[in-house]
Design a protein around this ligand. Structure first.
Ligand code: COA
Ligand code: AMP
Length: 627
């Protein structure tokens, strides 16, 4: 029998040997208005510089044109409200074309930005695709962010239009969006010309304060609009993500490279065929939602599910399985946290349907490290392949995976798999030299990055260039890890202050900045502590100043981060300490705090200025230093 990995290896090699031809071949699978003849353009720093297309056409119209208008494109499953709806490609086309008309009527044109602060409802998907249709650049903001964060994004993107809704469901809770939007608009310096609000009657929310344009009315008045032509390198969207400072990084995604790469992944990584059902249980506010709820499944002519609910509590830990059964899901994608949450509530799988999900072929996990224990549990429960794969908002699609669609099935729990074609990984030490096999180092990817990866940061070229500065010719992922003797890549964690809490990307540096503003906080450090459910949770160490209200300080710190960053930050633990451990040059020893909290082996650092401070904290956590 042939080695199942051969096809994968052959294809990976061809993506290296003839990079441009490889991606031009992939490009032939989507519809172009002007088909590109050029792959990577070093001068212009973009893929397919001569290509012209429309991303919405590729996601919607072309399937209708190909006679597949009656196939289901979008399935809306709201376990939170008990509502379910299906839209065929033909229906999706009608909704999107009219939503595009509604937006155009407010003056939005090609190149204008549209901020979308909306819950997990079909109108959100219509709006994203409608932006693509008229060449506007959408910027979707995750609902769990506070008004201050929304305001920052408004000021940076300077949108012509903001789209929102009366509210969303967060588990069983109703989250009112309008007060958040009102506040963000008041906080922002930039004045948005138009705001359209979708009133979800099902939530029965009383709308107070300033009035906005009514979505339903505007939609009724609107004329359907056709797709405009955009250059391959024109931006499709800006997605803000946590950087190492309090200023979010606006990752810019192009149209052409994105469509080519995402379409290619559906077949090659996930092994999905047109007409099958793909479900990414994420949120459209994150990159997973952009790529794998909205664009990729639709580019591929699959049916995609938009799920408004939680893995548990809406109503129980069996809901994921029921949604999969009801919709014949073939490939499922979620974060390990969601599986851990289900396991906690239903460890024996009593809620698994009797059918045992016959259509389900594989489950893919990403967003945070998938711990082997969770993978084994899920594999035992479902008797299906569970595949960890790795990527980032900047990259837009998986860079390390087991490419099921290329016939590879090799997996090793604890590893995210192998480099996906198009990616040449090098693991480098601080001096920029490759580390030895099985030694840990900085994970980098040789440039140019393949199509679909970011080519700039909105209004922030210096920050973009930083990611390519430390290791010339390479993109620095910010993750560390190693390659084992069999070529499996193991991702160990971030080298900067970014943490992933329940698969949500957050910056501890940003939380420290906020805590430092709390009255009575003299100094602080926030680190990521291991958590059996969320993978990592933030934990703060705070030194109180003379003016501190000691009894209320913890509460004030938690409230500050929640109010300014958002509930999603989930900072719930504050430790008041006498002093923070520091080096002789005054740097806080966060890595030592992390080691103590997470019970990792450590000797007393020889650079420490104040060993007593670290010893006191160690005692508090019953931690013993390695001698
Ligand atoms: N809008 C408003 N608030 C939100 C929100 C949203 N879209 N998403 C999360 N929040 C709030 C939550 O309500 C919670 O608030 P609380 O402190 O008042 O309870 C807080 O942010 C933290 O949310 P979360 O981290 O999701 O924790 P949880 O305890 O509510 O739920 C899980 C736990 C495991 C069920 C949940 O984390 C989960 O579903 N994880 C899967 C993650 C995932 O799919 N990530 C996608 C990345 S690929
Ligand atoms: P985001 O940009 O939100 O997708 O977060 C990207 C970061 O999440 C990566 O840089 C990793 O640190 C982490 N991450 C994503 N997927 C994985 C994975 N499969 N294993 C380990 N870490 C992951």
């Amino acid at each position: 029998m042939s080695n199942p990995s051969n096809e994968y290896e052959r294809i990976w090699q061809s993506s290296m040997d003839d990079r441009d031809q490889f991606w031009l071949d992939a490009a032939s699978q989507i519809d172009w208005i002007t088909r590109p003849q050029i792959g990577w353009d070093e001068q212009k720093n973009c893929w397919f510089p001569d290509g012209q297309l429309n991303s919405c056409y590729n996601a919607v119209d072309r399937h209708v044109a190909a006679g597949r208008g009656e196939q289901i494109a979008l399935i809306y499953e709201s376990s939170a409200t008990g509502h379910r709806a299906e839209f065929t490609y033909q229906e999706l086309l009608e909704r999107v074309a009219r939503t595009a008309g509604m937006m155009a009527a407010t003056g939005v044109q090609k190149g204008d930005r549209v901020v979308i602060y909306m819950p997990m409802i079909p109108e959100t998907v219509f709006a994203m695709l409608a932006c693509a249709r008229i060449g506007a650049i959408h910027s979707v903001v995750f609902g769990g962010f506070a008004p201050t964060e929304l305001a920052k994004r408004i000021d940076d993107a300077e949108p012509k239009l903001l789209l929102t809704a009366s509210g969303g469901m967060e588990g069983q809770k109703i989250i009112e969006y309008k007060p958040i939007v009102d506040q963000a608009i008041a906080l922002a310096e930039y004045e948005i010309p138009s705001v359209i609000l979708f009133d979800r009657s099902i939530l029965d929310i009383e709308l107070d304060g300033p009035g906005y344009l009514d979505w339903q009315q505007q939609y009724e008045l609107a004329e359907p609009t056709e797709c405009v032509t955009v250059h391959s390198s024109d931006p499709l969207y800006i997605l803000y993500t946590s950087g190492t400072t309090g200023i979010p990084k606006g990752v810019v995604r192009d149209n052409g490279g994105h469509a080519v790469a995402l379409h290619w992944t559906m077949q090659s990584i996930y092994g999905l065929k047109p007409g099958e059902t793909y479900w990414a249980a994420s949120d459209v506010g994150w990159v997973v939602g952009h790529s794998y709820i909205v664009y990729a499944p639709l580019f591929a002519g699959a049916s995609t599910i938009l799920f408004e609910g939680k893995p548990i509590g809406t109503p129980d830990a069996g809901e994921f399985w029921r949604v999969m059964e009801r919709n014949n899901v073939t490939v499922f994608f979620t974060a390990p946290t969601a599986i851990r949450a289900i396991r906690k509530e239903d460890s024996n799988g009593a809620l698994l349907p009797e059918s045992r999900l016959p259509d389900l072929r594989a489950i893919f996990l990403a967003g945070e490290r998938a711990d082997p224990d969770t993978i084994y549990w899920l594999e035992d429960l479902l008797d299906r392949q569970v595949i960890d794969h790795w990527w980032q908002t900047e990259l837009g699609w998986p860079a390390v995976a087991t490419c099921l669609g290329l016939g590879d099935t090799r997996r090793r729990a604890g590893s995210a798999g192998f480099p996906v074609p198009g990616h040449h990984f090098r693991i480098l030490n601080e001096a920029g030299q490759p580390v030895e096999e099985a030694s840990s180092g900085n994970i980098t990817i040789a440039t140019p990055l393949p199509p679909g990866c970011y080519q700039s940061l909105w209004n922030n070229q210096p920050e973009f260039e930083k990611a390519f500065a430390n290791y010339p010719g390479h993109y620095e992922t910010g993750d560390s890890g190693y390659r084992d003797k069999d070529g499996f890549l193991h991702i160990m964690g971030r080298t900067d202050d970014i943490i992933n809490v329940a698969g949500h990307r957050l910056s501890t540096g940003q939380m420290e900045g906020l805590l430092a503003e709390v009255d009575g906080v003299a100094e602080c450090a926030v680190i990521g502590a291991q958590d059996t459910l969320k993978g990592t949770i933030p934990m703060a160490f705070v030194v109180a100043g003379a003016s501190a209200d000691l009894e209320n300080l913890d509460r004030q710190c938690i409230a500050k981060v929640r109010a300014e960053l958002g509930a999603v930050a989930a900072l719930k633990t504050i430790h008041q300490v006498q002093a923070l451990p520091k080096t002789r040059s005054g740097k806080i020893l966060r890595s030592s705090l992390r080691a103590i909290v997470n019970g990792q082996r450590m000797t007393m650092p020889n650079t420490i200025e104040n060993p007593e401070a670290l010893k006191t904290i160690a005692t508090q956590f019953a931690y013993s230093f390695t001698l």
